[in-house]
Design a protein around this ligand. Structure first.
Ligand SMILES: [Fe+2]
Ligand SMILES: [Fe+2]
Length: 272
Protein backbone atom coordinates (compact mmCIF):
# COMPACT_ATOMS: atom_id res chain seq x y z
CA UNK A 1 0.00 0.00 0.00
CA UNK A 2 1.21 3.47 -0.82
CA UNK A 3 2.58 5.49 2.08
CA UNK A 4 0.33 8.51 1.50
CA UNK A 5 -3.05 7.86 3.02
CA UNK A 6 -1.67 5.10 5.27
CA UNK A 7 -1.87 4.91 9.06
CA UNK A 8 1.82 5.77 9.17
CA UNK A 9 1.29 8.84 7.04
CA UNK A 10 -1.43 9.96 9.45
CA UNK A 11 0.83 9.33 12.44
CA UNK A 12 3.68 11.32 10.89
CA UNK A 13 1.71 14.39 9.83
CA UNK A 14 -0.17 14.57 13.14
CA UNK A 15 2.87 13.87 15.33
CA UNK A 16 5.05 16.32 13.42
CA UNK A 17 2.40 18.96 14.02
CA UNK A 18 1.87 18.13 17.71
CA UNK A 19 5.58 17.77 18.51
CA UNK A 20 6.60 21.11 16.99
CA UNK A 21 4.04 23.14 18.95
CA UNK A 22 5.56 26.03 20.92
CA UNK A 23 3.86 26.45 24.30
CA UNK A 24 4.16 30.23 24.77
CA UNK A 25 1.37 32.26 26.34
CA UNK A 26 0.30 35.64 25.07
CA UNK A 27 -0.27 36.96 28.59
CA UNK A 28 3.42 36.55 29.41
CA UNK A 29 4.71 38.30 26.28
CA UNK A 30 6.37 41.65 26.80
CA UNK A 31 6.16 44.16 23.97
CA UNK A 32 9.32 46.19 23.44
CA UNK A 33 9.38 49.96 24.00
CA UNK A 34 9.17 51.69 20.64
CA UNK A 35 10.56 55.07 19.66
CA UNK A 36 7.84 57.47 18.43
CA UNK A 37 8.75 57.02 14.75
CA UNK A 38 8.49 53.20 14.88
CA UNK A 39 5.26 53.48 16.78
CA UNK A 40 3.79 55.75 14.15
CA UNK A 41 4.96 53.44 11.39
CA UNK A 42 3.33 50.50 13.12
CA UNK A 43 0.12 52.43 13.57
CA UNK A 44 -0.02 53.45 9.94
CA UNK A 45 0.19 49.91 8.56
CA UNK A 46 -3.01 49.43 6.58
CA UNK A 47 -3.84 45.87 7.50
CA UNK A 48 -4.67 45.62 11.20
CA UNK A 49 -8.42 45.13 10.82
CA UNK A 50 -7.94 42.48 8.14
CA UNK A 51 -5.25 40.71 10.09
CA UNK A 52 -7.40 40.55 13.23
CA UNK A 53 -10.50 39.48 11.30
CA UNK A 54 -8.60 36.77 9.38
CA UNK A 55 -7.08 35.25 12.51
CA UNK A 56 -10.40 35.33 14.31
CA UNK A 57 -12.43 33.68 11.58
CA UNK A 58 -9.72 31.11 10.89
CA UNK A 59 -9.69 30.21 14.59
CA UNK A 60 -13.49 29.78 14.58
CA UNK A 61 -13.42 27.62 11.44
CA UNK A 62 -10.58 25.38 12.61
CA UNK A 63 -12.21 24.97 16.04
CA UNK A 64 -15.50 24.01 14.36
CA UNK A 65 -13.70 21.45 12.19
CA UNK A 66 -12.32 19.76 15.34
CA UNK A 67 -15.80 18.51 16.21
CA UNK A 68 -16.09 16.75 12.83
CA UNK A 69 -12.89 14.74 13.20
CA UNK A 70 -13.61 11.18 14.29
CA UNK A 71 -10.00 10.01 14.48
CA UNK A 72 -8.60 10.90 17.95
CA UNK A 73 -5.09 11.77 16.73
CA UNK A 74 -6.32 13.99 13.89
CA UNK A 75 -8.79 15.60 16.28
CA UNK A 76 -5.99 16.45 18.71
CA UNK A 77 -3.95 18.03 15.93
CA UNK A 78 -6.86 20.05 14.51
CA UNK A 79 -7.82 21.18 18.03
CA UNK A 80 -4.25 22.34 18.59
CA UNK A 81 -4.30 24.26 15.32
CA UNK A 82 -7.53 25.94 16.41
CA UNK A 83 -5.88 26.90 19.71
CA UNK A 84 -2.87 28.30 17.85
CA UNK A 85 -5.11 30.41 15.60
CA UNK A 86 -6.88 31.72 18.66
CA UNK A 87 -3.51 32.58 20.12
CA UNK A 88 -2.64 34.48 16.93
CA UNK A 89 -5.71 36.62 17.33
CA UNK A 90 -4.94 37.17 21.03
CA UNK A 91 -1.39 38.13 20.15
CA UNK A 92 -2.64 40.72 17.68
CA UNK A 93 -5.12 42.07 20.23
CA UNK A 94 -2.32 42.31 22.76
CA UNK A 95 -0.10 44.21 20.31
CA UNK A 96 -2.89 46.63 19.38
CA UNK A 97 -3.52 47.33 23.05
CA UNK A 98 0.18 47.70 23.90
CA UNK A 99 0.71 50.35 21.22
CA UNK A 100 -2.74 51.84 21.41
CA UNK A 101 -3.70 51.06 17.82
CA UNK A 102 -7.38 51.25 16.90
CA UNK A 103 -8.06 49.02 13.90
CA UNK A 104 -10.54 50.38 11.37
CA UNK A 105 -13.91 48.62 11.60
CA UNK A 106 -13.55 47.87 15.31
CA UNK A 107 -17.33 47.36 15.59
CA UNK A 108 -17.37 44.59 12.99
CA UNK A 109 -14.44 42.99 14.78
CA UNK A 110 -16.39 42.91 18.03
CA UNK A 111 -18.98 40.54 16.51
CA UNK A 112 -18.34 36.79 16.82
CA UNK A 113 -16.76 35.28 13.70
CA UNK A 114 -19.23 33.40 11.46
CA UNK A 115 -18.37 29.88 10.28
CA UNK A 116 -21.37 28.98 8.07
CA UNK A 117 -23.37 25.76 7.91
CA UNK A 118 -20.91 23.68 5.90
CA UNK A 119 -18.02 23.39 8.32
CA UNK A 120 -15.65 21.31 6.23
CA UNK A 121 -16.11 23.69 3.31
CA UNK A 122 -15.35 26.66 5.57
CA UNK A 123 -12.26 24.85 6.89
CA UNK A 124 -10.96 24.05 3.40
CA UNK A 125 -11.54 27.63 2.24
CA UNK A 126 -9.75 29.02 5.28
CA UNK A 127 -6.81 26.67 4.83
CA UNK A 128 -6.43 27.34 1.12
CA UNK A 129 -6.46 31.01 2.12
CA UNK A 130 -3.60 30.29 4.51
CA UNK A 131 -1.64 28.59 1.72
CA UNK A 132 -1.80 31.83 -0.30
CA UNK A 133 -1.31 34.24 2.58
CA UNK A 134 1.52 32.37 4.25
CA UNK A 135 3.56 32.18 1.08
CA UNK A 136 3.56 35.97 0.73
CA UNK A 137 3.83 36.54 4.48
CA UNK A 138 7.09 34.53 4.49
CA UNK A 139 8.61 36.97 2.00
CA UNK A 140 7.17 40.08 3.65
CA UNK A 141 8.47 39.01 7.01
CA UNK A 142 11.98 38.47 5.61
CA UNK A 143 11.81 41.93 4.01
CA UNK A 144 10.66 43.55 7.23
CA UNK A 145 13.50 41.85 9.05
CA UNK A 146 16.19 42.94 6.58
CA UNK A 147 14.92 46.46 6.16
CA UNK A 148 15.10 47.35 9.85
CA UNK A 149 11.83 49.09 9.17
CA UNK A 150 10.89 47.98 12.70
CA UNK A 151 13.14 47.21 15.67
CA UNK A 152 14.36 43.62 15.71
CA UNK A 153 12.78 43.01 19.13
CA UNK A 154 9.34 43.69 17.68
CA UNK A 155 9.89 41.61 14.56
CA UNK A 156 10.97 38.67 16.71
CA UNK A 157 7.59 38.66 18.44
CA UNK A 158 6.04 37.64 15.14
CA UNK A 159 8.45 34.86 14.31
CA UNK A 160 6.38 32.16 16.07
CA UNK A 161 3.21 33.15 14.17
CA UNK A 162 4.96 32.94 10.81
CA UNK A 163 6.45 29.52 11.55
CA UNK A 164 3.11 28.32 12.90
CA UNK A 165 1.48 29.24 9.61
CA UNK A 166 4.10 27.09 7.85
CA UNK A 167 3.09 24.18 10.12
CA UNK A 168 -0.59 24.82 9.46
CA UNK A 169 -0.31 24.63 5.69
CA UNK A 170 1.95 21.57 5.91
CA UNK A 171 -0.64 19.86 8.10
CA UNK A 172 -3.47 20.89 5.79
CA UNK A 173 -2.02 19.51 2.55
CA UNK A 174 -1.29 16.20 4.28
CA UNK A 175 -4.70 16.11 5.96
CA UNK A 176 -6.30 16.70 2.56
CA UNK A 177 -4.34 13.91 0.85
CA UNK A 178 -5.06 11.53 3.72
CA UNK A 179 -8.77 12.37 3.71
CA UNK A 180 -9.00 11.83 -0.05
CA UNK A 181 -7.21 8.50 0.09
CA UNK A 182 -9.41 7.29 2.94
CA UNK A 183 -12.56 7.82 0.89
CA UNK A 184 -14.04 5.10 -1.29
CA UNK A 185 -13.56 5.59 -5.05
CA UNK A 186 -17.23 6.48 -5.41
CA UNK A 187 -16.86 9.38 -2.95
CA UNK A 188 -13.71 10.77 -4.53
CA UNK A 189 -15.30 12.78 -7.36
CA UNK A 190 -17.42 14.74 -4.85
CA UNK A 191 -14.39 15.39 -2.64
CA UNK A 192 -12.33 16.48 -5.63
CA UNK A 193 -15.13 18.78 -6.77
CA UNK A 194 -15.32 20.41 -3.36
CA UNK A 195 -11.56 20.83 -3.19
CA UNK A 196 -11.30 22.37 -6.62
CA UNK A 197 -14.22 24.70 -5.96
CA UNK A 198 -12.83 25.79 -2.59
CA UNK A 199 -9.44 26.34 -4.18
CA UNK A 200 -10.87 28.27 -7.13
CA UNK A 201 -13.01 30.53 -4.96
CA UNK A 202 -10.07 31.27 -2.70
CA UNK A 203 -7.65 31.83 -5.59
CA UNK A 204 -10.14 34.15 -7.27
CA UNK A 205 -10.51 36.26 -4.14
CA UNK A 206 -6.77 36.54 -3.73
CA UNK A 207 -6.32 37.47 -7.39
CA UNK A 208 -8.90 40.20 -7.09
CA UNK A 209 -6.99 41.49 -4.11
CA UNK A 210 -3.69 41.37 -5.96
CA UNK A 211 -5.22 43.38 -8.81
CA UNK A 212 -6.43 45.96 -6.36
CA UNK A 213 -10.12 45.34 -7.07
CA UNK A 214 -10.80 45.16 -3.39
CA UNK A 215 -8.71 45.51 -0.32
CA UNK A 216 -9.72 42.37 1.36
CA UNK A 217 -6.39 40.94 2.20
CA UNK A 218 -3.33 42.29 3.74
CA UNK A 219 -0.26 40.62 2.39
CA UNK A 220 -0.28 42.36 -0.96
CA UNK A 221 -0.83 45.80 0.51
CA UNK A 222 1.69 44.95 3.18
CA UNK A 223 4.30 44.85 0.44
CA UNK A 224 3.39 48.41 -0.52
CA UNK A 225 3.37 49.57 3.10
CA UNK A 226 6.89 48.33 3.65
CA UNK A 227 7.79 50.14 0.40
CA UNK A 228 11.15 48.63 -0.29
CA UNK A 229 13.20 48.66 -3.36
CA UNK A 230 12.38 45.20 -4.64
CA UNK A 231 11.00 44.11 -7.98
CA UNK A 232 7.93 41.85 -8.15
CA UNK A 233 10.19 39.07 -9.37
CA UNK A 234 12.70 39.68 -6.59
CA UNK A 235 9.86 39.55 -4.10
CA UNK A 236 8.52 36.24 -5.49
CA UNK A 237 12.00 34.74 -5.44
CA UNK A 238 12.37 35.79 -1.83
CA UNK A 239 8.99 34.20 -1.01
CA UNK A 240 10.11 30.99 -2.73
CA UNK A 241 13.37 30.86 -0.79
CA UNK A 242 11.65 31.53 2.52
CA UNK A 243 8.94 28.98 1.73
CA UNK A 244 11.62 26.39 1.05
CA UNK A 245 13.49 27.26 4.24
CA UNK A 246 10.47 27.33 6.54
CA UNK A 247 8.90 24.12 5.24
CA UNK A 248 12.25 22.39 4.75
CA UNK A 249 12.69 21.66 8.45
CA UNK A 250 9.87 19.08 8.66
CA UNK A 251 9.81 15.37 7.91
CA UNK A 252 10.91 14.84 4.31
CA UNK A 253 8.23 12.21 3.69
CA UNK A 254 5.39 14.69 4.11
CA UNK A 255 3.76 16.48 1.20
CA UNK A 256 4.50 20.19 0.79
CA UNK A 257 2.07 22.82 -0.48
CA UNK A 258 2.79 23.00 -4.19
CA UNK A 259 0.24 25.18 -5.92
CA UNK A 260 1.31 28.66 -4.85
CA UNK A 261 5.07 28.01 -5.24
CA UNK A 262 4.40 26.57 -8.73
CA UNK A 263 2.40 29.65 -9.72
CA UNK A 264 5.12 31.90 -8.30
CA UNK A 265 7.84 30.06 -10.25
CA UNK A 266 5.80 30.42 -13.43
CA UNK A 267 5.34 34.13 -12.73
CA UNK A 268 9.10 34.53 -12.17
CA UNK A 269 9.71 33.21 -15.66
CA UNK A 270 7.61 35.94 -17.25
CA UNK A 271 8.53 38.79 -14.91
CA UNK A 272 11.78 40.61 -15.46
FE1 LIG B 1 -2.99 32.37 12.00
FE1 LIG C 1 -2.83 29.24 10.44
Amino acid sequence: MAWLGSEQHKEVFCREFLDTHQPYQVATLRWPELDPASRERLRSLPFWDEAVATERTTAAKVQAQTALETDPLIRRAVALQGAEEKRHSQLLDSLLRAYDIQPAGAEALARPAAVGADIEWAFMRAEYGECFDSFFAFGLFAMAKDSRFFPAALIERFEPIIQEEARHILFFVNWLAYRRLQLGWWQQPVHLGRRLTALTVQAWRRLRTARGMDDEHFTVRGHEAIALDISPRGFLELCLRENERRLGVYDRRLLRPRLVPTLARAACRVLR
